[in-house]
Ligand binder design. Structure first.
Ligand SMILES: [Mn+2]
Length: 194
């Protein structure tokens, strides 16, 4: 089982996260932010990961610390679960449509953290979550898991659809990249390390 277990406590957030990359998409997410829980459940469902996500954050301030720190912990859990990355496919790309929206996510489990986030939102909030925090979340995941991550809104207008398509596409691309291919001896890199 490729599992990651992270517990992270600061004065702003207390987080416990368990992730199993070889799961079935079963997830319990409790962050105190309804829309964010909805997104994390979609990410893990479409990524076929099992996850327990337990977060208590300073929501009396706003959602920023809670979302960013959850991203940090999820990134660390993914990194831990991947281990030495032996025989994984390394790259993943997914296009996800949702009604008028189409999103592309391409990623490389390269240990070269980078985020390209090409999207703009016409609304400030979806539920109790600032749309600005979507980019913060994915940056935190990418930099802590060691992922080169490109998220592109190809077209679309509805903010709920756009964000939902991003989380699903990230889940699907991650599932593809983490898949084991027995033809790959060692790691998928001519450098011999990922
Ligand atoms: Mn929805």
């Amino acid at each position: 089982m490729r599992e990651g277990l992270v517990s992270r406590n600061t004065k702003e957030t207390q987080i416990k996260i368990k992730i199993n990359l070889d799961g079935k998409g079963d997830c319990n997410s409790s962050t105190g932010i309804g829309f964010f829980d909805h997104m994390l459940v979609l990410l893990t469902k479409h990524g076929l990961m099992d996850a327990e996500i337990d977060v208590k954050g300073d929501l009396e301030v706003d959602a920023h610390h809670t979302v960013e720190d959850t991203g940090i912990a999820i990134g660390l859990a993914i990194r831990q679960a991947l281990g030495e990355k032996k025989s994984i496919k390394r790259y993943g790309t997914a296009f996800v449509p949702m009604d008028e929206t189409l999103v592309q996510v391409s990623l490389d489990l390269s240990d070269r953290p980078f985020l390209v986030f090409d999207a703009a939102f016409s609304r400030q909030m979806v539920g109790q979550m600032d749309t600005q925090l979507v980019e913060e979340f994915f940056r935190a995941v990418a930099f802590n898991a060691g992922i080169t991550l490109h998220i592109m809104l190809l077209h679309g207008t509805n903010c709920h659809h756009i964000i939902e398509a991003m989380f699903k596409a990230f889940g699907r691309a991650l599932d593809e990249a983490t898949k084991i291919d027995t033809r790959i001896v060692g790691v998928m890199s001519t450098k011999g390390i990922l």
